[in-house]
Design a protein around this ligand. Structure first.
Ligand code: KG4
Ligand code: ZN
Length: 340
């Protein structure tokens, strides 16, 4: 039998994503973002995001079907992000997926967004299988999590996560302090290229011995953000934006990669997968590459279009569930804190 044709719907944050896959083959990946609408608030506004999903979902679905060259009646299954994420935003995707599944009489799978990021690896053009177990570091504007993946569909363990801001959120907030527009991640990344990462040493959250006992794989970026705010205030006219950007970026990249590599070492897992929009960061990529190489760890970074939130990764995870014979279920709701 041909691999299953699966539709994936993702609405956990500000991207309305609809993807279509046939097994591990990517047929369509269409994304509508409400980012511009959040720009003037300097961050994602949940109510605005939910409304934007409602408006964008149908045209995004139609564009994905056109891109894949299939009709809804060709589909074999539907997968949707059930959580974690913004409750109102998730509800739009889950409601749409349930309606489609009923109307088309198709099996439905509610999947975890973070596991979806790992599933993105299935769609790499170079094929090659993701060797397991692997540690996965998933970093975006909405989450910062470290997972131990032993089996994509049945054994994923959350090792740690941020206890306050997500790393991308920290980039966006610090950009605002520096007068850079939203989303701030790419702006800080660019500004940092002209700065000296050692000119200002910003704190590394949850890396002191006393914190490591309880938070070895957790992250914290709010203290870092406060330190930058204090520096900006004290520097006044003498503020060197490039140096602050470089010092801040160095702190984030250092903590993210150090904890990911530590997890690989602790669990004897010589593989690390990256995912999420912050993977675009030049220093995060560089430091991850250097440290993985030094530690004999194989680093996998999916193409950026599959790292940021998208429906194709949800479809790919759905296709894997279908292929392995997992039972579908319509008995789930949007769950903003859904565990892995
Ligand atoms: O995965 P993503 O597209 O989805 C959401 O979280 O909605 O991630 C977006 C986040 C934003 O916070 C953005 O500032 C950050 O990723 N980001 C970056 C870079 N590019 C995007 N952060 C640091 N450096 C970058 N180059
Ligand atoms: Zn995400």
């Amino acid at each position: 039998a041909a691999a299953p044709l699966v539709l994936g719907i993702e609405t956990s944050c500000d991207e309305t994503g609809v993807g279509i896959v046939r097994g591990r083959e990517l047929l369509a990946n269409v994304i509508a973002s409400s980012m511009d609408e959040h720009a003037r608030y300097g961050g994602v506004v949940p109510e605005v995001a939910a409304r934007a999903h409602l408006e964008a979902l149908r045209p995004t679905l139609e564009a994905a079907l056109a891109e894949a060259g299939v009709g809804v009646h060709d589909l074999d299954a539907i997968a949707v992000t059930a959580g974690p994420g913004l409750a109102g935003a998730l509800m739009v995707g889950v409601g749409a997926a349930k309606a489609l599944a009923i109307a088309l009489d198709l099996p439905l799978y509610g999947v975890n967004h973070l596991v979806g990021h790992v599933g993105a690896d299935l769609l790499r053009a170079d094929g090659g299988d993701l060797e397991l177990p692997t540690v996965a570091l998933l970093v975006s504007g909405g989450h910062t999590s470290l997972l131990l993946v032993r089996d994509l569909t049945s054994d994923v363990e959350l090792l740690g996560e941020t206890i306050d801001d997500a790393a991308g959120e920290a980039f966006d907030k610090v950009a605002r302090l520096l007068g850079l527009p939203y989303p701030g991640g790419p702006r800080i990344d660019a500004a940092a290229a002209d700065g000296d990462p050692e000119a200002i040493r910003f704190p590394r959250g949850l890396t002191h011995a006393k914190d490591l006992a309880k938070h070895r794989y957790d992250f914290s970026f709010s203290g870092l953000k406060t330190a930058v705010a204090r520096h900006v205030e004290q520097a006044g006219e003498t503020l060197d934006v490039a140096d602050v950007a470089a010092g801040f970026r160095e702190s984030v990249a250092d903590v993210l990669t150090a904890k990911a590599i530590a997890a690989c070492r602790d669990f004897g897992v010589p593989r690390l997968l990256l995912g999420g929009g912050v993977v675009a960061n030049a220093r995060v990529r560089e430091l991850a590459t250097q440290r993985a190489e030094a530690a004999g760890i194989a680093l996998r970074i999916p193409p950026l279009a599959l790292c940021t939130d998208n429906g194709a990764m949800i479809a790919a995870l759905g296709a894997r569930l279908v292929a392995e014979g997992h039972p579908p279920s319509a008995e789930f709701g949007a769950d903003s804190t859904l565990p892995v």
